[in-house]
Write a protein that binds this ligand. Structure first.
Ligand SMILES: Nc1nc2c(c(=O)[nH]1)N[C@H]1C(S)=C(S)[C@@H](COP(=O)(O)OP(=O)(O)OC[C@H]3O[C@@H](n4cnc5c(=O)[nH]c(N)nc54)[C@H](O)[C@@H]3O)O[C@H]1N2
Ligand SMILES: Nc1nc2c(c(=O)[nH]1)N[C@H]1C(S)=C(S)[C@@H](COP(=O)(O)OP(=O)(O)OC[C@H]3O[C@@H](n4cnc5c(=O)[nH]c(N)nc54)[C@H](O)[C@@H]3O)O[C@H]1N2
Ligand code: SF4
Ligand SMILES: [Mo]
Length: 758
């Protein structure tokens, strides 16, 4: 057993951050941001929205709702972070001027960066770009419906939807019902690019597709393993839970991340203004920095150490799991040498992690994109969950597996049946009963399959309920080409984005402006990543003279025109109250939806939180799976066809989010916590740079398998050698990603690229 595991390595070994990077996450810049925003001319509106009883637009943590804008589901106050303010501030911008699209050609609009596109303002009237035309122009609602309706006079396999997780449960339910009634399963969704590997793996193991941990239960853990998640940026209120775990309960946090994210080392939280904000609170007790894509080896190592330390709960495994022997056997039989050379983390570090887990009472295992967005994303999840089972940290309060989800209602979309994975038991039967026929047996296109199919001319009509299909996909050249083969593309959106100007259809591209969550004149609901259903109160829009539609109105009217009264009177469903009745009857776990309009009672979805070792699998046991070790060689220089005489280095780029962006939408240039002054930067370890004769701040070319970015500024940073960090959506131009075969998710976190002087 290693030395005292307490705080053995709170700061990771590769911690060479540059001077411009900040010393703690969160902290005073957060307060400065709040002050600037809330005292600005839009301040009053921001405050009003923050206090509105609706769920935060931004991440899946699910702050807000009926208990008030600043409250989490446990009723705790002061739980609203600046990411929420960022999102609100973008939504309350004035509407785009009436003649804007006449004055700016599509060629001009294509030059806009993501931030510039967002700053055009709110979409406030519908527009169309017709084939051969140089400008978007206004279009009447009647013409929109007639084009959309014609789009459905096609074979069901040639019609598809794509969605992003910001719309309501009610809109999501209607979208899938309309598509399935039509006979199409082509319900691509942003979760295909995100947590689909978690959904797939959790279903296999536990018979449930989401987190099994409630916020209440998380508050009882005395250890959290946080792997591949930069929660200081993307789920800031989770940081409060980690601070309380460490300070109030004396617990420990194990971070697994190739990059030293400063906010995961030390985070200054405004929720604790005195003890935390300025000095910062310690977050990581142990910080492991593996090779990107090697987490299976990390978890195998931890399992091996748990076995060697005698910390395996065999009675638990015998009673409540299947296939544990094979998993234990793999861990025992794999040599330390194989494990440590695959992941680049030492045996001592892995043993320290096992000691912490083995000596903690209740451990929650949490993760995000650093685990899912890999060619072996499903194996990553299986291996973290195996570790939870082996250490007996499942099926009790304070324990469990917790995918930290993305968009604020992405999980609700899955629950409502917007998915190409197998439907939850009960939902398919209910749908078939309502439709009076079996669902189509043709497998639907997930997001990557949709792009591939479109690229081959197999898609005629596409409806996008939010999102940025063009910007979110790898290989922007392919995405553009593929979307251009689709005859009709209809975007429903609150704000313009680069997808609306680059993801153009062959015949007609239509942009339909919609109300957001806090403007909708009806109540709507969303589901947090912690399986908690939030009720959003009615609201009003600030947009003047806007010709904007409710998502639900558009979907029900279109469905009415396509389907008539089959299988429901669609126009009656314009009142989402009636959609909620259908949801309550048809979607497993949502029976409380039937009374929510009267009770206003938000609720935890039945059957999701697991606090006893009984699982909704056929045997009632958790099923374990062995996880093959990944092979992680980087391609050699020659494969990039860069002249041998040019000094260069090949790295694995982890593409992801800067501090001030929400997915493909950029709010602010640069990332001060990582010391990256603007977006056209690559963060690398100094030794890699020096190998190629490069220096900090030098301009370099970064070339992937599908293109290159020029004049990229090289920034030294606290990442392990061999790995690098760049920002999407810009970086999506340079690579076509490998795809995880069981979930369809692209390997965004291990993008091989060559770097050399520009
Ligand atoms: N403010 C804000 N909030 C957001 C979003 C946003 O864009 N902005 N997006 C929302 C969405 S849709 C999502 S999915 C989530 C995303 O939330 P995250 O998953 O936290 O976001 P990413 O930037 O993708 O960062 C993933 C982390 O994984 C690490 N990583 C990369 N490769 C590996 C690896 O191989 N192993 C391990 N262990 N770690 C690795 C990276 O260094 C990085 O710290 O956030 C949601 N919340
Ligand atoms: N290289 C790389 N690529 C990635 C990732 C990565 O880590 N690296 N992450 C992937 C992940 S995890 C995800 S989830 C995807 C995100 O992919 P998407 O969800 O497709 O993209 P977003 O940028 O979140 O979409 C933003 C747009 O949604 C629209 N919108 C906002 N609110 C509403 C609303 O209430 N209703 C409607 N109808 N529209 C609205 C606005 O027009 C806004 O511009 O990107 C993926 N792509
Ligand atoms: S943690 Fe997420 S849900 Fe909570 S306020 Fe921040 S962005 Fe919103
Ligand atoms: Mo996501």
């Amino acid at each position: 057993m290693s030395a005292n595991p307490q705080d053995i390595q709170p700061v990771p070994p590769f911690n060479e951050k540059n001077e411009e990077a900040l010393d703690i996450g969160g902290g005073l810049p957060v307060i400065q941001f709040w002050a600037e925003k809330t005292l600005s001319p839009e301040g009053a509106k921001i405050w009003q929205t923050l206090f509105h009883h609706s769920a935060c637009l931004s991440c899946s943590w699910g702050t807000g709702g009926q208990k008030g804008g600043f409250t989490d589901e446990e009723g705790e106050k002061l739980q609203r972070c600046m990411k929420s303010v960022e999102a609100i501030s973008a939504e309350i911008k004035p509407g785009i001027k009436p003649h804007f699209f006449e004055q700016h050609s599509i060629t001009e609009l294509q030059q806009l960066s993501s931030m510039q596109a967002d700053r055009l303002g709110r979409l406030s009237y519908p527009v169309i770009l017709r084939a051969g035309s140089s400008h978007y122009e206004r279009i009447s609602w009647e013409e929109i419906y007639s084009i959309a309706e014609a789009g459905f006079r096609k074979a069901p396999e040639r019609v598809a939807s794509y969605s992003s997780g910001r719309s309501s449960n009610e809109a999501a339910f209607l979208l899938q019902l309309m598509m399935r009634a039509f006979g199409s399963n082509n319900l691509a969704d942003c979760s295909d690019l995100c947590h689909a590997p978690s959904t797939f793996a959790l279903q296999q193991m536990f018979g449930t597709k989401t987190s099994i941990v409630s916020l209440e239960s998380l508050k009882k853990a005395d250890c959290v393993v946080l792997a591949g998640a930069n929660s200081a940026y993307n789920h800031p209120r989770l940081m409060n839970e980690l601070i309380k775990l460490r300070d109030d309960r004396g617990g420990r946090v194990i971070v697994i991340n190739p990059m030293m994210e400063i906010g995961l080392v030390k985070f200054g939280s405004p929720a604790f203004p005195v003890k935390s904000l300025i000095p910062g609170s310690e977050i990581s007790s142990l910080y492991l920095q593996p090779i990107p894509g090697s987490d299976v080896a990390v978890f195998l190592g931890i399992q091996k150490a748990l076995i060697e330390q005698g910390s395996v709960d065999r009675a638990f495994l015998d009673a409540h799991t299947e296939n544990a022997e094979a998993v234990l056997e793999q861990a025992s039989a794999t040599s330390w040498e194989t494990i440590t050379s695959t992941c680049g983390v030492t045996q001592e570090e892995l043993e320290a992690a096992a000691t912490i887990i083995g000596t903690s009472k209740s451990v929650v295992f949490a993760w995000a994109m650093g685990l899912t967005q890999h060619e072996n994303g499903v194996d990553n999840i299986l291996s973290i969950a195996n570790t939870a089972l082996i250490s007996g940290n499942i099926g009790r309060e304070g324990t469990g597996v917790m995918p930290v989800r993305g968009h604020s209602n992405v999980q609700g979309f899955g629950s409502m049946g917007v998915t190409t994975q197998k439907l939850k038991e009960g939902l398919q039967e209910s749908l078939e009963k309502l439709l009076g026929k079996p669902l189509s047996s043709v497998k639907g296109y997930d997001t990557r399959a949709l792009i591939e199919a479109a690229d081959q001319g197999k898609v005629d009509t596409l409806i996008c309920l939010g999102g940025n299909l063009y910007g979110a996909n790898p290989d922007s050249t392919q995405a553009k080409r593929a979307i251009a083969q689709i005859e009709t593309v209809i975007y429903l959106a609150t704000k313009p984005n680069i997808g609306h100007f680059n993801g153009l259809a062959q015949h007609n591209t239509i942009i339909i402006p919609v109300f957001n969550r806090f403007e909708t004149p009806y109540r709507t609901t969303v589901e947090s990543g912690n399986n908690f259903v939030r009720l959003n109160d009615p609201g009003k829009t600030h947009l003047k003279d806007a010709d904007v539609i409710l998502e639900i109105d558009f979907l029900t009217e279109l469905a009415h025109r396509v389907h008539g009264s089959y299988p429901v009177e669609w126009r009656n469903l314009r009142d989402p109250k009636y959609v909620r009745q259908l949801i309550a009857e048809m979607v497993p776990g949502f029976s409380k939806m039937a009374t929510i309009d009267d009770t206003r009672e938000e609720f935890t979805i039945e059957g999701r939180i697991i606090t006893e070792p009984k699982f909704p699998t056929p045997s009632g046991k958790a099923k374990m799976f062995s996880t093959p070790l990944p092979r992680l060689e980087l391609p050699d220089r020659a494969s990039f066809s860069v002249d041998d005489s040019i000094p260069s280095v090949v790295v694995a780029i982890m593409t992801g989010r800067s501090y001030s962006q929400h997915n493909t939408v950029v709010y602010k240039d640069g990332d001060k916590y990582r010391g990256m002054p603007h977006r056209n930067c690559i963060l690398m370890h100094p030794t890699d740079a020096e190998k190629a004769g490069l220096k900090q701040h030098q301009r370099v070319t970064v070339q992937g398998n599908a293109g290159k970015l020029e004049q990229v500024e090289l920034i030294y940073g606290a990442v392990r050698p061999g790995a690098a960090v760049m920002f999407y959506p810009e970086v999506n131009r340079i690579f076509s990603a490998k795809v995880e075969t069981r979930s369809g998710t692209p390997a965004y976190k291990r993008v091989p690229a060559i770097v050399y002087a520009s």
